[in-house]
Design a protein around this ligand. Structure first.
Ligand SMILES: [Zn+2]
Length: 373
């Protein structure tokens, strides 16, 4: 059984990718329209009492409107999720390392890294989180580290765990949100499906309040430098496609750190989806290594912070090895069944090895031979 579902995307004539059917699960679009059960309960109560007393009906309804407004102004009302503690990467740079497996109710959708950097003028958050509950929980950790406000939020790509928490940050007053143009278009086009899928897989109650705020994002192509005060800047940069068609990294030269987003996987096996271009991924990673000094600390999209040499070994070297070995199989006239026999045993201790290894070999075989995913 394949535990990793593949999203189906197709390319329209304009070159913009639109989500087709998201994942193996049936997308339930109704989820996006579902109401907060707490408020829905009061609304039902208001309707019930209407036949007896109109004034109580009005009073209950105005309470619902009030509660709804309050909820929106604070972003999320609920418990703080027991997520891992943010670890200090370097001066003022922190990251919460997410679970190394797929998103599920036990990790609340936190299976990527959520990072924040404290600057003179405020806090820069990288990745909005998989839902408002997670964004809120991260925010509580930020408040333990600094009293400075969150001023900037950027997302690594169009995936649910990068984006769905964005409405929380908008609700608590963050005005500067950043995404690449392509990722923002993709997220906007597929919002209902992405929300339904993450709600189903992770927990509807956590995801319920996520709204599509893609219109609040400042978008860019290739690169954008953001002045964050104190003479420092955050450089958002798309080194090229790979795991996802659009992929943003955040480089902070003054702290000698790069948050690669899904360009980099540490520990966890790199996973390929149908929209993954593994050859472009290799080239994009190379471009990153060519441009970023070798002594830069790497906070990957998945896995613990590390140095550039380890990041290269865990990500780039894996791609290079697999490309070379599967190419050998193809050159020898081998079939897909032969490609999956490529020896990956040296990676067997990496999390999700079982779910990713065969799929990755098949994926590269199809990329080389030009078949359909
Ligand atoms: Zn990811």
């Amino acid at each position: 059984m394949k535990l990793l579902n593949r999203s189906r995307f197709f390319v329209s004539k304009t070159g913009v990718l639109f989500a087709g059917i998201v994942l193996g699960l049936t997308a339930n679009n109704a989820v996006a329209q579902e109401k907060d059960p707490y408020l829905a309960g009061f609304e039902a109560y208001a309707k019930e009492v209407r036949s007896y007393t109109d004034s109580l009906y009005k009073a209950v309804n105005s309470y619902v409107a009030d509660a709804e407004r309050t909820e929106k102004s604070v972003g999320y009302i609920g418990r703080v999720l027991p997520i891992p503690k943010a670890q200090k990467v370097t001066d003022g740079v922190y990251t919460v390392v997410g679970s190394m497996i797929w998103h599920n109710p036990a990790n609340f959708g936190l299976n990527n890294n959520l990072s924040f950097i404290v600057f003179e003028d405020g806090v820069f958050v990288f990745n909005a989180g998989a839902n408002p509950a997670l964004a809120y929980s991260l925010h509580q950790q930020i408040k333990q580290v600094t009293s400075k406000p969150v001023k900037w939020v950027a997302v690594e790509n169009n995936q649910g765990h990068a984006y769905l928490g964005a409405s929380y940050w908008v609700d608590v007053g963050v005005k500067n949100l950043y995404s690449s143009q392509l990722a923002n278009d993709q997220f906007d086009a597929a919002f209902d499906m992405i929300k339904a899928e993450w709600g189903t897989r992770v927990g509807k109650e956590l995801t319920l309040h996520a709204r599509n705020v893609s219109d609040k994002f400042t978008t860019f192509e290739n690169e954008l430098a953001i002045d964050v005060g104190g003479g420092e800047k955050v450089i958002l940069k798309d080194f090229g496609p790979g795991h996802t068609p659009a992929s943003t990294s955040a480089y902070i030269p003054s702290r000698k750190v790069i948050l690669t987003g899904d360009l980099g996987f540490n520990e966890r096996m790199p996973v390929f989806f149908s929209y993954t271009d593994s050859f472009a991924w290799e080239a994009s990673f190379k471009r990153m290594m060519d441009e970023i000094p070798a002594d830069t600390i790497v906070v990957p999209g998945h896995g613990t912070p590390t140095d550039m040499q380890t990041a290269k070994k865990q990500m780039y070297d894996y791609l290079v090895y697999m490309h070379k070995e599967v190419q050998k199989v193809v050159d020898a006239g081998g079939k897909m069944e032969d490609a999956v026999q490529v020896d990956q045993s040296m990676y067997k201790d990496r999390p999700v090895f079982q779910q990713a290894a065969t799929n990755n070999a098949e994926h590269i075989y199809i990329e080389i031979t030009g078949g359909d995913f």
